[in-house]
Write a protein that binds this ligand. Structure first.
Ligand SMILES: Cc1ncc(COP(=O)(O)O)c(C=O)c1O
Length: 357
């Protein structure tokens, strides 16, 4: 079976984890977490990194650290993992769903701008760089300046992606990452908040330790701290990430070159650098194709078959988002991970071509 994702953990990770265990009793925050935070922040071209238990807690922490909460409205996409919108609700704010673009799967900023012009009041945007493709950050930052809202980047799927040569994670007031096993770099569970705002980093650091400050516990928080073992794995994975991303980009090129013209491949519009967390095509016969691929031993998945506003937990959000609805019936993600062999890529291409009308 060619799996949709395949984490690559090897000898180096094992040795680093063994070193942490051999070093002694420090299993919670210590030198590995400190080093991982600063190395990861540097990778994103930001001064501060705060390591968390996972991407969901990173998003929740970022919202809290930016002072967002009850009475605030945060615009976001309906076409993402549910964590993006759940984080908004956990901090007490309300999500406002904005439809997406057909060709990029990212927020439709023309439509969002029209809503702002019509007087829509927004305190922040939680923008997701979906499947590894950056959103149009020039346009979004322009809107943020004009309409005075904060930007949180959900870059869980996009580390190493760039817009105009600038890494994602360095545009927003804060940005969040996930090291879930399907991601471009993995630690099992794990997440990170990065920010260039010192006070936001301080508040994030306090929030993940139950509101700890020099004066005592000041405010409500959580235990969202990363362990030394997780950070040890993360540091090795971060070293390997550029190689992984290059392999994903190479595999994506091979897939796009091989697929028939009538299959809609992912695009990489200038000035974006795509890192292909998912290689997502559109097909008129998505469900038939998915079944046929399974019979050929190829894993695939429809991200996202049920957009967030149609999930039972969001039933009170009565919004009309036609593009998200349309794409949810058409998208299919194919394997693109770095462990694919040349023969496996050919097999994927041939099978998709054979079973696409
Ligand atoms: C876009 C997006 N945001 C947030 C998350 C949540 O991350 P985690 O699973 O580490 O909590 C994920 C994925 O898992 C994701 O894909």
């Amino acid at each position: 079976m060619i799996s949709l994702s395949q984490p690559d953990l090897g000898e180096k990770e094992k040795q680093r984890v063994a070193a942490v265990i051999d070093r002694g009793p420090q299993l919670t925050r210590g030198s590995e977490v400190d080093a991982f935070e600063s190395e990861f922040a540097q990778f994103c071209d930001t001064p501060h990194g705060v390591a968390t238990t996972n991407g969901t807690s990173a998003l929740h922490t970022a919202c809290e650290a930016l002072g967002l909460g009850r009475g605030d409205r945060i615009a976001t996409t309906p076409f993402s993992f549910i964590a993006s919108a759940n984080a908004i609700r956990w901090c007490g704010a309300e999500p406002t769903f904005v439809d997406i673009r057909e060709e990029t799967y990212n927020l439709d900023l023309q439509e969002f701008e029209a809503q702002l012009r019509d007087g829509e009041q927004i305190d922040a945007v939680l923008v997701v760089h979906l499947f590894g493709l950056p959103c149009d950050m020039a346009h979004l930052t322009e809107l943020a300046e004009e309409y005075e809202f904060l930007i949180i980047e959900d870059a869980a799927q996009a580390y190493g992606a760039a817009y105009e040569g600038t890494p994602v994670g360095s545009f927003g007031d804060a940005a969040c990452f996930s090291f879930f096993p399907s991601k471009n770099m993995v630690t099992g569970e794990g997440g990170m908040v990065v920010t260039d705002r010192t006070n936001v980093a301080e508040r994030a650091r306090s929030f993940i330790e139950h509101g700890a400050t020099d004066e005592g516990y000041d405010g409500l928080g959580h235990n969202f701290c990363m362990s030394e073992i997780t950070a040890a794995i993360g540091r090795i994975q971060l070293e390997k990430l550029p190689k992984y991303n290059e392999a994903r980009r190479h595999n994506a090129r091979r897939l796009t070159e091989g697929l028939h013209d009538h299959i809609v491949p992912p695009i990489e519009p200038a000035p974006c650098r795509h890192v292909y967390h998912q290689y997502t095509i559109q097909s008129d016969a998505r469900n038939t194709l998915r079944r046929a691929l399974a019979e050929h031993g190829i894993g695939s998945k429809a991200y996202y078959e049920t957009p967030i506003h149609h999930q039972p937990a969001f039933s009170e959000y009565d919004v009309h988002l036609p593009m998200a609805d349309r794409l949810s019936t058409r998208v299919l993600s194919l394997p693109v991970h770095p462990q694919l062999s040349s023969e496996e890529i050919s097999h994927i291409v041939d099978s998709v071509n054979e079973h696409s009308p």
